[in-house]
Design a protein around this ligand. Structure first.
Ligand code: DGY
Length: 324
């Protein structure tokens, strides 16, 4: 039993797979594999563990349908053609649950950083621009008692709601495909229409999956409906906002600020105007990047690999229909 892993992952997970009798090969080069290279490697393996953005599309699956399992080192699976995988009977595993706290923390960090222009202020010190401070210089926006709007209120959004209420006594409103009764009971979260979410949020944080419905949902039309004092946060997928529209909305004062852990494209190029804006904070997709979380994610992915190679149901499959 042999698994190909597209990046180095937590050693605990490699050990788990090896102890289960799986030979593990980790791709060592610090670059994304080209699609043909990935296919070339997978031809010689029984399982694939995808850490990173490799596209698992129909073309890949057509050639590599011998794989007994494809385990993702992520909760998101927008890089996978799940329908095609199911047609070929290949279970796809993901890593739900364990990254909610870390990702919510990243969104919270961005919300705080933007509200106090923290990244920009830091750059000013580096540039020797601390200088003379007058009382009306360097002003941010207080988050105390403000309205937090959550687009896609699942586990990550719930954790952000919990933190925001505890620290800033924020009022939580949300828009989902379905009501989240747990969040309504626990956090007094109010379900609103998409339009109302845009109009009422002081901070609007995106925690939805990237799907055809959410793709570029935050475009100029959406930004125009937001408050001119609003902060837009995206720690989900860069494809959910239109980055050019976001730049224009910030430049023209349509919204006040933005915090991004995900960009479109990734990596963001260093000359992106967002990087010099005072009320913008950008991070390089580190939502789940803590030792604890990445280890937990790798262990789940490893358990998915071992289960798949033993023809057992994956502990976390995104396409359980392969078993029916
Ligand atoms: C996830 O798990 O989906 C994170 O965004 C890492 O890609």
């Amino acid at each position: 039993m042999k698994v190909f892993v597209t990046r180095n992952i937590a050693p605990e997970a490699v050990q788990l797979m090896e102890e289960a009798g799986v030979a593990v090969t980790q791709w060592q080069e610090r670059r994304e594999l080209e699609p043909e290279e990935l296919i070339g490697h997978c031809m010689h393996y029984d399982a694939l563990l995808v850490a990173g953005k490799s596209k698992i599309d129909r073309q890949f699956l057509q050639v590599c349908h011998h794989l007994k399992v494809i385990a993702l080192h992520s909760v998101g699976y927008d890089n996978v053609d799940v329908d095609a995988a199911s047609e070929y009977g290949i279970p796809i595993g993901n890593t739900p649950g364990v990254l909610s706290a870390a990702t919510a923390e990243t969104a919270f960090l961005l919300m705080m950083a933007v509200s106090r222009k923290a990244f920009y202020m830091h750059r000013r010190i580096i540039n020797g621009e601390w200088g003379f401070n007058a009382p009306m210089d360097n002003l941010g926006i207080s988050l105390q008692g403000k309205t937090l709007g959550i687009f896609g209120l699942g586990k990550i959004g719930m954790e952000l709601a919990r933190k925001s209420i505890a620290v800033y006594d924020m009022k939580v409103i949300y828009h989902n495909r379905h009501h989240n009764e747990e969040a309504e009971a626990k956090y007094d979260a109010e379900y609103v229409s998409f339009e109302e979410l845009l109009q009422r949020s002081d901070v609007l944080s995106v925690h939805a999956a990237l799907t055809p419905e959410t793709k570029e949902r935050f475009n100029m039309d959406a930004f125009r409906q937001m408050k001119s004092t609003a902060i837009f946060i995206n720690a989900a997928r860069g494809g959910i906002h239109n980055e050019q529209h976001l730049i224009s909305a910030l430049n023209s004062g349509i919204i006040w600020g933005a915090g991004l852990d995900v960009t479109n494209p990734e990596p963001m190029l260093p000359d992106n105007p967002l990087l010099t804006m005072p009320t913008v904070a950008v991070l390089p997709h580190i939502g789940s990047a803590t030792v604890e979380t990445r280890t937990a994610m790798a262990l789940i992915a490893a358990r998915n690999v071992v289960a798949g190679l033993h023809s057992e149901p994956l502990p976390h499959a995104v396409n359980p229909e392969v078993y029916s």
